[in-house]
Design a protein around this ligand. Structure first.
Ligand SMILES: Cc1cc2nc3c(=O)[nH]c(=O)nc-3n(C[C@H](O)[C@H](O)[C@H](O)COP(=O)(O)OP(=O)(O)OC[C@H]3O[C@@H](n4cnc5c(N)ncnc54)[C@H](O)[C@@H]3O)c2cc1C
Length: 436
């Protein structure tokens, strides 16, 4: 199919952000020409590689958010994150019901006394803000030393690749034109009025507005970005189906998701078909990394995840991890995503270039909500000021523990027990394939 010469809006990137933006644009204004351009294939990025723990929370921990931004904003942000979870559940129910299954909440657990005291402080902050997040006593093995957890709701288990494809299919049904294997190489001033020229390997499109939904772009240098996002490679795995009695003992497929409170700590959930999806552990800072260091980091992560699983229940020693994969996430200085307008050099200041990224590894709900907000802003032509570049004084900013943990955990670990290791490695899978 040939690219159209022009469009009202071009959305770049067919992950959850791009899919949600295109769908919300088309739902509100079906008469517009909306084009979705994807460098690879739908859900080729993080959206096809996520572990599918859908739950609230956005930005820095609540105690830091309250201290820094005040009661009103900290409270509203949390409530927005709860609403975003509900929105994903509703959208998935409508467009991709097979991508979502219920979960009874999320337990953020303390593995150490220091983490337990942090969680207690956060529980006091939630209570002071009138938010429904409470301290719980837990029998979770990862929290054996503290028995302390924070209980979050609502939550759901999601196959993010399936969800992305469901939203894109819905957008196409509403008239959005999708072009896969069409990397965008750059943006140039258009010839008419405030238009923009979107340059791709297959030709150019003139558009009134462009939405960059590429997060950690796969084509560095080609697209304007907000400087300062830090890209990490993170890894995950999924086990073979567990025996029935073990699934029951672990709480069944709707059991709460378990997430360690530690930076890059382990997290897991059960799938509808009785597997465990696990993530966390060694990560690699992408800037300056070689393919060897990235490969070593993912091997370390998969071996580390095996050890975390073994700590959950002795019977898990007999259950193999059947697939492993890695993907990229982006961190921001304040833990908040960056969603807004860009003012790229070389383009007129009136150019409508929008961008969303920096999900800090927690984008399942936030991307979909951001897509909806971006669609509204593109349609109203909101004249907000451009996003500001961010700097990284590593010593002081809130994401520092994650980066430090990534660097520390990337150092070689003990070799994995090969007999029980993953059956296959997929360094760059196109999409996860397990039942939500
Ligand atoms: C291993 C892993 C586990 C995760 N687990 C969870 C979880 O349990 N819960 C949670 O909330 N979040 C999780 N996340 C984070 C979540 O998956 C992401 O925040 C979210 O998917 C980001 O979506 P996106 O659409 O912004 O980016 P992406 O899904 O990365 O989409 C960007 C798209 O843009 C395309 N692209 C890039 N450059 C160009 C270009 N120049 N031209 C055209 N197209 C381009 C890419 O090919 C890609 O398809 C996880 C992430 C990973 C990697």
């Amino acid at each position: 199919m040939l690219l159209p010469p022009d469009a009202d809006v071009v959305v770049v990137g067919a992950g959850l952000t791009g899919a949600s933006t295109a769908l919300h644009l088309a739902e509100q204004r079906p008469e517009l020409e909306i084009v979705l351009l994807e460098a690879d294939h739908v859900a080729a990025g993080a959206s096809g590689r996520g572990t599918g723990l859908l739950g609230p929370r956005l930005g820095p921990p609540i105690d830091i958010a309250r201290r820094r931004d005040g009661d009103q904003l900290a409270r509203r942000r949390h409530l927005d994150s709860v609403a975003a979870v509900d929105r994903v559940r509703a959208l998935a129910g409508r467009w991709a019901p097979q991508a979502i299954s219920p979960a009874t909440g999320q337990l953020v657990v303390a593995q150490t006394a220091a983490e337990a005291s942090l969680l207690r402080r956060r529980a006091r902050t939630y209570a002071a803000l009138g938010l429904d997040v409470s301290l719980a006593v837990t029998d979770e093995p990862w929290a054996a030393a503290t028995r302390t957890a924070l209980a979050y709701a609502p939550a759901a288990s999601v196959d993010p690749g399936l969800l992305t494809r469901g939203l894109v299919t819905a957008a196409i049904d509403l008239g959005v034109q999708l072009f896969e294997r069409t990397p965008v190489l750059g943006l140039e001033p258009g010839s008419v009025g405030h238009s923009l020229k979107v340059v791709t390997r297959r030709g150019s499109i003139t558009a009134r507005a462009v939405v960059l939904a590429v997060d950690v772009t796969q084509h560095p240098g080609s697209l304007p970005v907000v400087p300062g996002q830090l890209a990490l490679q993170v890894s995950a795995g999924v086990t073979d189906p567990l025996p029935e009695d073990l699934i029951t003992e672990l709480g069944g497929p709707t059991a709460p998701h378990i997430l360690s409170a530690a930076a890059l700590g382990p997290y897991r959930r059960l799938t509808a078909d009785g597997r465990i999806v696990i993530g966390g552990g060694p990560a690699a800072v992408l800037a300056g990394a070689t393919s060897r260091t990235l490969a070593a980091a993912e091997r370390n992560a998969w071996a580390w995840q095996r050890r975390q699983l073994d700590a959950v229940h002795p019977a898990l020693a007999a259950v193999a991890i059947s697939r492993c994969w890695s993907g990229r996430i982006s961190l921001t200085r304040d833990g908040l995503p960056q969603v807004g307008r860009l003012a790229p050099p070389g383009l007129p200041s009136t150019a409508e270039v929008w961008s969303a990224g920096g999900w800090n590894g927690h984008g399942l709900a936030a991307t979909v909500a951001a897509g909806q907000r971006l669609a509204d802003r593109v349609l109203t032509g909101s004249a907000e000021p451009p996003l500001r570049p961010i700097r990284w004084p590593l010593a002081t900013h809130p994401a520092a523990p994650i980066v430090r943990a990534a660097l520390r955990l990337s150092t070689p670990a003990a070799p994995a027990n090969r007999s029980r290791g993953p059956k296959s490695f997929e360094g760059q899978p196109g999409a996860t394939s397990y039942s939500s």
